[in-house]
Design a protein around this ligand. Structure first.
Ligand code: SF4
Ligand code: SF4
Length: 349
């Protein structure tokens, strides 16, 4: 029997409207795919639309809105508009140990589900932007898992936006705690990306590993989360990166790649700006993401999300060795063959 050599039909193709807006340069080129030298990231999306080649697509994304998503966007705008407190005149000095314990407790009290600390690295800062602060306090806020599992429906899209709003508010509350003690602290939340990448900072801050789907995998929250950040110069003790087996597990698992309609998730790591890592094809992902007000199918399909802790049991200063060991123990359970088969997001447990 001879096998057909005809190219396979793509699972999904973007609308003509989006194709007409696509710039001549590939997003993968802008992202530095194939580059062997470490360099700062180039702004590509979630920056001022007029400043990037894909800006017209970002503007088109804004026009894709259902009433539920519109309500969530308004909530995020309210969160963004809330002011932060002025820095108090009286400065309180503490040791790095005392500050670290204080900001982690304050982050959890402010609503973060996990928090970690890392020193800002220049290679995370976008070209054209700068970060003068030494430390990034990275915050995780978890989605409502039931809502996220509906991806790519607008219930999931709205939930993602609402968690961006929660992340912004949590970062502002934490910044206010530091500012009340006379030290500057700058909050930042998504989806706008500047001034720096949050994902490598979250990995460096001990909050998880990079998954094949291009998002963080936290040992307990899985990928069911958004990130926010506070930049500051107070004395702090950084957390260390963790390895609980997620990267190894991704080498075998195919769930997110099989579930991704435009087949944007690649099974082999790529060299990107001097680092070999999992990489999602920007040119394939973005059009589907845009046509669904966001997407998150890959997050909803990731088996690390199956055992979401109830909200009252969340709140991790950073992944403890106990949590890492628990994650390692549970990972093989996800490795059963049936769990590697693609499962529609809304049919998951
Ligand atoms: S966000 Fe959607 S389109 Fe993009 S990689 Fe994930 S599943 Fe694929
Ligand atoms: S779905 Fe599987 S391959 Fe994809 S990120 Fe999660 S564990 Fe890794």
């Amino acid at each position: 029997m001879t096998q057909s050599t005809a190219p396979r039909e793509p699972r999904w193709t973007p609308s003509a409207e989006q194709q007409a807006l696509w710039p001549s340069i590939s997003g993968n080129t802008i992202n530095g795919m194939g580059e062997t030298e470490v360099r700062r990231p180039t702004p590509i999306y979630w920056h001022a639309p007029e400043s990037t080649p894909h800006g017209p697509l970002q503007l088109w994304f804004y026009t894709q809105v259902t009433p539920r998503v519109q309500l969530a966007r308004e909530e995020r705008m309210r969160a963004n508009a809330e002011p932060v407190d002025v820095v108090a005149d009286v400065r309180v000095d503490r040791s790095a140990e005392e500050w670290t314990a204080r900001v982690k407790a304050a982050a959890l009290a402010a609503g973060a589900d996990a928090v970690g600390i890392t020193a800002v690295q220049p290679q995370w800062v976008f070209e054209g932007h700068s970060v003068s602060k030494r430390w990034a306090i990275i915050l995780c806020v978890a989605h409502d898992w039931n809502a996220l599992q509906t991806a790519p429906d607008d219930e999931a899209a709205a939930e993602v936006i609402l968690q961006y709003a929660r992340g912004v508010r949590t970062a502002k509350k934490l910044a206010n705690v530091i500012r009340a003690d006379g030290h500057d602290a700058v909050p930042h939340g998504g989806p706008m990306a500047y001034p720096m990448l949050l994902l490598p900072a979250a990995i460096a801050a001990g909050l998880g590993e990079l998954g094949k789907h291009g998002s963080l995998i936290h040992p307990v929250l899985g990928s069911n989360l958004r990130l926010a950040m506070v930049l500051t110069d107070i004395p702090l003790i950084p957390d260390a990166p963790i390895d609980f087996g997620a990267d190894d597990f991704c080498r075998l698992c195919k769930s997110c790649a099989d579930a991704c309609p435009p087949e944007a998730i690649q099974h082999e790591k790529k060299m990107v700006r001097g680092v070999e890592r999992w990489y999602v094809d920007f040119d394939k992902c973005l059009p589907f993401f845009n046509e669904h007000q966001g997407c998150a199918i890959c997050l909803a399909s990731c088996p690390w999300n199956r055992h979401q802790p109830p909200p009252e049991h969340r709140g991790f200063a950073s992944a403890t060795s106990e949590q890492q060991s628990c994650a390692r123990d549970t990972a093989p359970r996800f490795g059963r063959q049936e769990s590697l088969l693609p499962v529609p997001a809304r049919e998951r447990d």
